[in-house]
Structure formats: C-alpha cells, structure tokens
Design a protein around this ligand. Structure first.
Ligand SMILES: [Zn+2]
Length: 112
C-alpha cells in the first residue's frame, strides 16, 4: 500500500509543479499585454508630435548569417497605431437585421 501512496504523492507533486509553471507563464503574458498609458512624444510613423502609445513589435534581424529575434518598442499616435484584431472587428459592426434578430432570439433563449 505504501508503494501506491508514494506513487500518488509524487504524481501530485509533479502536477503541482506543472501548474505553478503554467501560472507563471500566464502572469508573464498578462504583464506584457498591459495597456501602456499614452504620453506626449513623436510618432514613429508620421513623425508628428502627438499623444503616443508604445507598441512592442517583433523584429527579426539577419546578421553574420545568423538570425536574431528581438522586440522593439515603437511609439505610434492614435492614427498610426496598429489596430488589434478585436478593435478592427469593432470598427465594422455590420449585422444584418436578420442576424440581429437571431442574436436577440438566442439571447432570450439563454435567459430562459
Ligand atoms: Zn502617427
């Protein structure tokens, strides 16, 4: 019986470790996606002085035959800011009346 207990305990410890690693990763991701506050600066795209936000972009450099990957911080004004997919979708909220009716219907169903 003690053999089973040992096995169970070590398995538990392993999954606890895996969970801790996962939550570490998630915390990191959250930190990276935190919205940066706008501040006065020069836009990297139109070079106008405006309220800019910092954006991290991935960059790949080829040097000495080896590729290096890095993150560059660019500053863009509201006009030049790269839109996230969610924002782009929000820009075109074009639902047909039929789609709206369907949405309303499923919403009502969800409430019942
Ligand atoms: Zn700009």
């Amino acid at each position: 019986m003690s053999l089973f207990d040992d096995h169970f305990a070590s398995k538990n410890a392993a999954s606890a470790r895996a969970w801790a690693m996962d939550s570490d990763k998630n915390g990191d991701k959250k930190k990276r996606h935190e919205a940066a506050a706008p501040k006065m600066g020069v836009c990297d795209k139109c070079h106008k002085e405006a309220l800019v936000r910092s954006y991290r972009t991935r960059q790949t450099d080829m040097g000495d035959g080896a590729a290096s990957f890095g993150t560059v911080v660019k500053y863009y004004c509201e006009e030049c800011a790269p839109k996230s997919r969610r924002e782009r979708d929000a820009d075109v909220p074009q639902l047909t009346s039929k789609q709206v009716k369907n949405l309303m219907r499923s919403a009502k169903k969800g409430l019942l």
